[in-house]
Design a protein around this ligand. Structure first.
Ligand code: ADP
Ligand code: MG
Length: 611
């Protein structure tokens, strides 16, 4: 027998490793921006061609590299940031895994120019597919200038996975915003295909937020500022009237690192309690600083998820801090951000907190308050089920609650309609303002009114789009829509299809739009929230692979315009609804596969009654 195990050559090993770190242009952008930050740059410029697919270039004025370091930096596990495993728990830099440059060089053509202040000449290096093509001395400015071209040129399978330029650009802008929000004291610019997208002078946190997300926030931010022995929280939350229909502008940073945390998001949202308008999401940028020993940032290759030593305590602090900020705000609604820097600390949050006092705190009032069963956000130590509550809350506000009417209940009834010639059922009555009962022959149908309407509108809108004959109603007062750059990019992408549906939306400067007209069935005055909701739903659906982009949009619009459970319907409305339903091609299911109606026949009913 011959032996079968090979050691993979470095360039292949690097390509495989790159899969974790560099998924798309945006991941490379994040890594390169973070390297510039770690090099103490005060000005960082980002240039892109074709949303980073052709070129990503980052120029910084940081400390640069020596000739040897420049060469070393492309080796896998080459890092100047940690030396041993203990260092991992004292990390103050963005990078530490020493993988980014190696990964980038494995999947792109890279050119690096770098110079330290103390050196007369800098170093130029050209690498592609992990192979050094050229290395020579060069004259260049202090700092680092790195170009990566033709991302995934050597891995066509991955190149094919990239989305449209607009979609990749959205991802890049997201990453850029995260980094720029975390470091307002650094100048940043972003230029794509020669067009400047951002130019951000150094400033404070609030200035940076407004530069990035829009002037509409100028008077709408409430400061959050609490300091304790255990952690500090700074930043701001939007006043309730700044809340949005989309979940866009919500940012958490832990030790300057942007993180995603549904759990902490719940802490903020629950602090708003009844203050928020229905179906809206609070805006916030919150900066948590704590001893690096209290967090593990090495649980995820791109470090967007972290693990707190004690998550429940962080939750409690975040929630208390936001509540306190809001309480201050409602006492004096005209409070001005800049005057309000030294808010009194809440009793709860200002309790001294050290590692040794952990037990004491679990017995404290604050902790108890957050762990009581009758609290909306139940937190029980040592119990898995604690996760359920906030997950439900976070994950799917948009999902129609009644779509749960699925398998188990359906098993007791059958879809006789599945391949029938439909006969028009006769409407009998509406039940709890959500269902319609109709009879056909000796059977009766329990029709879910919202699902029925969703199906009808889905098929109707699809036809409208195909036939290019949408009917638009002019809005009486054209509504102005200001969006975050990410949402604006998305809306741009959707505009052609929205026009086909009857929306008339015009761009108006950067990231703003004017809604001139809507499909005939949108209520006047609702245009703005309609579009906001649409964007949110579209994002929510964007992982649904079974739909193409256009169907996704149609589905969102249909869902949004459908009559909802709770709406009382007159006889005529019910009759029309049922008639239109059974004129559909697929009346029995909603576009995403939930039942529209359940049919009961005599036999089954008798069985149920034990006869
Ligand atoms: P990490 O950031 O995890 O250390 P990278 O692969 O991103 O790993 O970078 C490797 C090393 O190259 C860094 O540790 C740093 O010493 C050096 N380096 C990378 N980018 C820059 C830069 N823009 N300026 C100065 N040094 C850099
Ligand atoms: Mg790095």
């Amino acid at each position: 027998m011959i032996d079968v195990i090979n050691l993979l050559p470095d360039n292949i090993a690097n390509q495989i490793a790159a899969g974790e770190v560099i998924q798309r242009p945006a991941s490379a952008v994040k890594e390169l921006l973070e390297n510039a930050i770690d090099a103490n740059a005060t000005a960082i410029q980002l240039f892109l061609n074709d949303a980073g697919k052709m070129l990503i270039q980052v120029i910084d004025n940081g400390k640069g590299m020596s000739e040897t370091d420049a060469r070393m930096s492309f080796e896998r596990h080459a890092t100047s940031k940690i030396k041993n495993i203990d260092d991992l728990f004292h990390i103050r830099t963005m990078g530490f895994r020493g993988e980014a440059l190696a990964s980038i060089a494995a999947v792109a053509q890279v050119e690096l120019k770098t110079k330290r202040a103390e050196d007369e000449l800098g170093t130029f290096i050209e690498i592609d597919n992990s192979i050094v093509r050229k290395q020579e001395a060069c004259s260049c400015a202090v700092g680092t200038n790195i170009c990566m071209k033709n991302l995934f040129f050597s891995v066509p399978a991955r190149r094919n996975f990239l989305k449209s330029n607009a979609a990749e650009m959205r991802h890049i802008v997201d990453e850029f915003i995260h980094v720029a929000l975390a470091f307002p004291n650094i100048f940043f610019s972003l230029t794509n295909n020669g067009q400047q997208v951002f130019y951000l002078e150094a400033g404070n946190y609030k200035q940076r937020f407004i530069q990035l997300l829009g002037h509409q926030y100028q008077t709408k931010l409430v400061p959050v500022k609490e300091a304790t022995d255990y952690l500090d929280i700074n930043g701001f939350v939007g006043k309730p009237d700044a809340a949005k229909k989309t979940r866009g502008d919500q940012y958490f940073f832990v030790n300057n690192r942007f993180i995603k945390s549904a759990y902490l998001n719940h802490a903020v949202t629950s602090a708003f309690d009844a203050l928020l308008p229905k179906d809206s999401f609070p805006v916030y940028a919150l900066y948590i600083d704590l001893d690096p020993e209290q967090v593990d940032i090495n649980v995820h290759p791109t470090k967007q998820e972290i693990k707190f030593e004690d998550e429940k305590i962080v939750y409690a602090f975040v929630q208390a801090a936001v509540k306190h900020a809001l309480a201050q705000f409602s006492i004096s609604p005209s409070i001005d951000f800049s005057l309000n820097a030294d808010i009194m600390q809440t009793e709860a949050v200002s309790q001294p907190f050290t590692q040794e006092k952990k037990e004491t705190i679990s017995a404290s009032d604050l902790y108890k308050k957050f762990s009581q069963k009758n609290q909306a956000h139940l937190i029980e130590p040592n119990e898995r089920s604690e996760l359920k509550h906030w997950k439900d809350f976070y994950e799917d506000k948009l999902t129609d609650e009644s779509s749960q009417l699925t398998n188990d209940r359906l098993q007791t009834a059958t879809f006789l309609y599945a391949d029938h010639n439909y006969q028009l059922p006769i409407v009998n009555c509406q039940l709890i303002s959500a269902y319609i009962i109709a009879t056909v022959n000796n059977n009766f149908l329990l029709i879910h009114q919202q699902h029925a309407h969703e199906r009808i509108l889905f098929e109707r809108y699809r036809k409208t789009m195909q036939s290019n004959q949408a009917v638009t109603q002019q809005t009486l007062f054209p509504a102005m829509l200001e969006l975050s750059p990410q949402d604006a990019a998305l809306l741009h992408e959707l505009l052609p299809d929205l026009h086909l549906l009857g929306y008339k939306i015009e761009t108006f400067g950067k990231d703003s739009f004017i809604i001139q007209g809507t499909p005939a069935d949108v209520l006047q005055g609702n245009e703005k929230s309609c579009i906001e909701l649409l964007i949110e739903q579209f994002k929510h659906f964007s992982n649904e692979l079974k739909f193409n982009k256009r169907d996704k949009l149609i589905h969102c619009v249909a869902r949004q315009h459908a009559i909802k459970a709770g709406q009382v319907l007159g006889n005529q409305e019910m009759n029309i609804l049922v008639k239109e339903l059974f004129e559909c091609k697929m009346p029995s299911v909603t576009p995403n596969g939930n039942a529209v109606f359940v049919e009961f026949n005599d036999e089954q009913l008798m069985k149920m009654f034990g006869r």
